[in-house]
Design a protein around this ligand. Structure first.
Ligand SMILES: Cc1cc2nc3c(=O)[nH]c(=O)nc-3n(C[C@H](O)[C@H](O)[C@H](O)COP(=O)(O)OP(=O)(O)OC[C@H]3O[C@@H](n4cnc5c(N)ncnc54)[C@H](O)[C@@H]3O)c2cc1C
Length: 290
C-alpha cells in the first residue's frame, strides 16, 4: 500500500500511527525519545477517558507507544531537522543529522511550537530581518551578513543552508556550548545576547558586554525544529503558529497531514488523539488513491 512517516510520538502521532497501521499501511514514527512530549510533562492525567485512577503523563506515553508497537508500528528515536519533498515528487523525506527517512505520506504531530527566547527586538522585528526558516528566507539575504541563534544540530543545519546565499554567517550560541564544532565557514560567537536592534529592520545584535555586531538578518533555531518550522519549509500553510488543516487533517500540500497541539485549538490529549485518528485514516486514503 505504501509507507506513512509520522513525526512525533505523543498522543497525536501515536494515534495517527495506530489508525494508519491498522488500515494496512507501513508506519514509521520518528520521535525524540521518551520524556520529550508535552504529554510526558503532565504530572497526573485526570481528565482523559477510561482511566479508573490518574496516570502520570509519562506512564500514558509509554502505554500508548507500547500499544502501537504491538500492532506493528516502528518507532525510531531521532531528531528531525528538516522535511522535504523528494526530487521526483513521489514522496517525502524526513532528515536528521545522520539519516534520511522516506515515505509516501507524512503526518506532522510534533506538538506545539516553541516560543522564541525573551530577547528584546525578536518579536518586534519578526518578518523584518528575524526569520524562523533559513530554507524559506535564505535567498533574501544574498551577500548579506546573517546570524543563526541556537547551539544544536538544528541551528547547524540552518547555518549550512544560509552559507550558499549569505556573504557571512555567524552562529550565536547565546552563552551555550554548541553541540559540536559549527559547520566550516560559520563564525561562532558564544557571548550572551542582550537584544536584537533595528527600527524597521534588523541592523545588529547587542551582546551582554555592550558590544555590537552589525547584521542584516537573524534566524532563530533554538533547540530542535518544531512542527511549524518543519512544516514551513515544505510549503505548508500556517495560521499564526499553527498548521492550517481541513476537516480531514490535510494541509495544503497533498499527502501531508497534521494533528495534535501543532494545529492549535484545544491543547488536550483527547483532541490530539481524535485528530491523530483522522490524520491516520486520511493518510491511508491518500495512499490508496496514489
Ligand atoms: C505540564 C502539562 C500538563 C498537561 N496536562 C494535561 C492533562 O491533564 N490533560 C490533558 O488532556 N492534556 C494535558 N496536557 C496537554 C497534552 O499533554 C497535550 O495536549 C498533548 O500531549 C499534545 O499531544 P501531541 O501529540 O500533539 O504533542 P506532544 O505530546 O508534545 O508530542 C510531540 C512529539 O513530537 C516529537 N518531536 C517534536 N519535535 C521533533 C523533532 N524535531 N524530531 C523528532 N520528533 C520531534 C516529540 O519527541 C514528541 O514525541 C498537559 C501538558 C503539559 C505540558
Amino acid at each position: 500500500m505504501g509507507k506513512v512517516l509520522v513525526l512525533g510520538g505523543g498522543p497525536a502521532g501515536v494515534s495517527a500511527a495506530l489508525y494508519a497501521r491498522r488500515s494496512g499501511a507501513e508506519v514509521q514514527v520518528v520521535f525524540k525519545g521518551y520524556g520529550t512530549s508535552a504529554l510526558s510533562k503532565a504530572e497526573l492525567i485526570q481528565n482523559y477517558y477510561g482511566l479508573p485512577s490518574p496516570l502520570s503523563g509519562a506512564e500514558l506515553e509509554a502505554h500508548g507507544i507500547r500499544g502501537a508497537k504491538a500492532v506493528g508500528v516502528e518507532f525510531v528515536e531521532d531528531e528531525l531537522i528538516a522535511l522535504e519533498v523528494q526530487e521526483d515528487f513521489r514522496g517525502f523525506r524526513g532528515l536528521s543529522s545522520h539519516h534520511s527517512y522516506e515515505a509516501d505520506s507524512l503526518i506532522i504531530a510534533a506538538g506545539a511550537s516553541r516560543k522564541a527566547p525573551p530577547l528584546p527586538g525578536l518579536t518586534e522585528l519578526a518578518g523584518h530581518g528575524v526569520s524562523y526558516c533559513a530554507t524559506c528566507d535564505g535567498f533574501l539575504y544574498r551577500g548579506k551578513t546573517v546570524a543563526v541563534l541556537g547551539a544544536g544540530e538544528y541551528a547547524f543545519h540552518e547555518a549550512e543552508s544560509l552559507l550558499p546565499h549569505a556573504g557571512k554567517v555567524f552562529l550565536f550560541s547565546n552563552g551555550e556550548q554548541p553541540a559540536a564544532d559549527p559547520p566550516a565557514g560559520v563564525e561562532h560567537r558564544a557571548d550572551p545576547l542582550l537584544a536584537v536592534e533595528g527600527n524597521e529592520r534588523v541592523t545588529g545584535a547587542v551582546f551582554a558586554d555592550g558590544s555590537r555586531l552589525p547584521i542584516d538578518g537573524l534566524f532563530v533555531a533554538i533547540g530542535t525544529a518544531g512542527s511549524t518550522e518543519l512544516a514551513r519549509r515544505l510549503g505548508v500553510m500556517l495560521e499564526g503558529q499553527n498548521i492550517k488543516v481541513d476537516a480531514r487533517m490535510a494541509t495544503n500540500v497533498p499527502g501531508v497531514f497534521a494533528a495534535g497541539d501543532c494545529t492549535g485549538g484545544l491543547l488536550q490529549i483527547s483532541k490530539a488523539v481524535q485528530e491523530g485518528a483522522v490524520a491516520g485514516l486520511s493518510a491511508v486514503k491518500f495512499l490508496s488513491g496514489k
